[in-house]
Design a protein around this ligand. Structure first.
Ligand SMILES: C[S@@+](CC[C@H](N)C(=O)[O-])C[C@H]1O[C@@H](n2cnc3c(N)ncnc32)[C@H](O)[C@@H]1O
Length: 461
């Protein structure tokens, strides 16, 4: 029998999740980009899209735990298998151990997916391994395999909480408290509610909650941001406001970062704002509306032209055309001292957004910091130069790692004489547990947001 006729037996949602995970393994594709594209191309929506997302994200989330289990059922390590076989085994494990799919169905889908992708040869292995995996519950497997917490806490968490060793170690350093780290890792492994950000002046949270309820989606106002609406589940694209661009999908932590730069007190003019790492435009779209309410304008700069186009698209519903430029923030197209408010939301490891991008934990390496940190420092130093004396600069990352947060701010402040740091906490009075300052580090387990870092600097001369 040819491959094509066999592949029809797998439903489209599982096939899409499998294909997206394989693309991640083979080409390094990002799950949060490749899966929605596949779903769109194949016309998969509604519950099937939800199932595909849960399968793909859930498998990526617990990949570390599943690989530890698979390694004991295989004669070679999971990472030495063909990518399609590896993905089939991981996805089969997820269905068996975390989704309560009946074993015969989970095993046969895993077998069919692998057979459809690479042919007959590995079919016997996939069948046998998944049957072994089905022999215990996830809890029983992890209890048997993880080192005891008391003897090797990091090793225990690597297996049970499915995070790479270096990430567990970094979170332990940052949070100190063992049980808090466990809460943090558990929060990373819990799918986040979909957060929407209302574009100021175009609609209101109350209107969006009403539209969502009419569409059968459970929605409530956000916990912290006055522009946020949270959806308990469902596809945000079901909302006309999302499709038309009066609302965007954006974590509340990101919304708070935009509010920090907009709320910072300022003496003198407040007319020109700059977002110097704007793509794909979530914060810019919020800031354009906030600036317009005060008669100010935002310049949104982004190095990659394709991402600059996404910023323009995110802001398309504002009556005034947004000012979006494709520009390198380290070699700016503007004169020093041109802006009253600047936000620099730098490229980073993204380890603060693992709830939404679960695969990033496996892609990132400590060595990435060697290129990211100098770029982050250069972008912050230029952002400071872009601000006028008395102007403010918000430095933002969606990572909590000290190397790309506190250490970057300290290094740039040490090299720049004309800047001081200010306390961010008074700018977010609605949010509790903001730590000792002056910067703010949000956490999924404390605030229910991505782990956004924000520091505020003021140019003095
Ligand atoms: C964390 S993302 C920004 C997210 C964005 N602020 C938002 O809220 O949607 C960082 C962005 O910086 C861009 N970038 C990287 N290097 C840059 C540079 N030298 N100058 C300007 N933008 C840069 C990346 O392409 C990426 O789009």
């Amino acid at each position: 029998m040819g491959r094509r006729s066999r592949r029809v037996s797998v439903d489209p949602a599982r096939q899409a999740a499998f294909d997206a995970l394989v693309r991640g393994e083979v080409d390094g594709a990002y799950l949060n980009l490749v899966l929605p594209r596949l779903l769109r191309e194949r016309g998969i929506g509604g519950r099937d899209a939800g199932l595909a997302t849960e399968l793909a994200n859930g498998t990526a989330r617990l990949q570390g735990s599943y690989d530890a289990i698979l390694d004991t059922c295989l004669t070679k390590a999971a990472d030495q298998l063909q990518p399609e076989v590896r993905v089939g085994l991981r996805m089969g494990s997820h269905q068996l151990l975390s989704m309560r799919v009946p074993p015969h169905a989970a095993v046969s889908t895993g077998v069919e997916l692998v057979r459809g992708a690479v042919g007959e040869r590995p079919v016997g292995l996939v069948n046998a391994v998944l049957r072994r995996v089905a022999g215990r519950s996830l809890h029983a497997w992890l209890t048997a395999l993880a080192p005891p917490r008391s003897a090797d806490l990091v090793g225990h968490l690597v297996v049970t909480a499915s995070h790479p060793r270096w990430v567990v170690e970094a979170f332990l350093d940052l949070l100190g408290d063992r049980s808090e780290v466990e809460e943090m890792l558990a929060a990373d492994n819990t799918a986040a509610a979909v957060a929407l950000a209302v574009r100021p002046g175009l609609t209101t949270p109350a209107e969006i909650v009403a539209e969502a309820s009419a569409a059968g989606l459970e929605a409530e106002a956000g916990h912290w941001s006055p522009y946020a609406v949270l959806l308990a589940g469902g596809d945000p694209a079901a909302l006309r406001a999302v499709r038309s661009g009066t609302v965007g999908v954006q974590d509340e932590g990101s919304q708070l970062a935009a509010l920090v730069v907009a709320r910072a007190p300022l003496d003198g003019p407040d007319r020109r704002w700059l977002d110097c790492c704007a793509g794909p435009g979530g914060k810019a779209a919020l800031l354009i509306g906030l600036a317009a309410e005060r008669g100010a304008v935002l310049v949104a700069a982004e190095r990659q032209p394709r991402r600059a186009a996404l910023v323009a698209a995110a802001a398309r519903r504002y009556p005034r055309r947004p000012c979006v430029v494709a520009a390198d923030g380290t070699r700016p197209a503007w004169r020093d001292g041109s802006f009253d408010r600047v936000i620099v939301d730098v490229p980073c490891t993204g380890l603060g957004a693992l709830r939404r991008r679960p695969d990033a934990r496996w892609r990132r390496q400590p060595s990435d910091l060697a290129t990211l940190v100098p770029l982050q420092q250069a972008l912050l130093a230029q952002a400071l130069r872009a601000a006028r004396p008395g102007g403010v600069v918000a430095y933002v990352t969606c990572s909590p790692l000290a190397a790309e947060t506190r250490a970057v701010v300290d290094a740039v402040l040490a090299g720049e004489h004309g800047a001081v740091e200010q306390d961010v906490r008074p700018l977010l009075p609605e949010v509790g547990s903001l730590g000792d300052g002056p910067h703010v580090q949000l956490w999924p387990h404390r605030h229910g947001t991505d782990a956004m870092f924000m520091a505020l600097l003021r140019r003095t001369v």
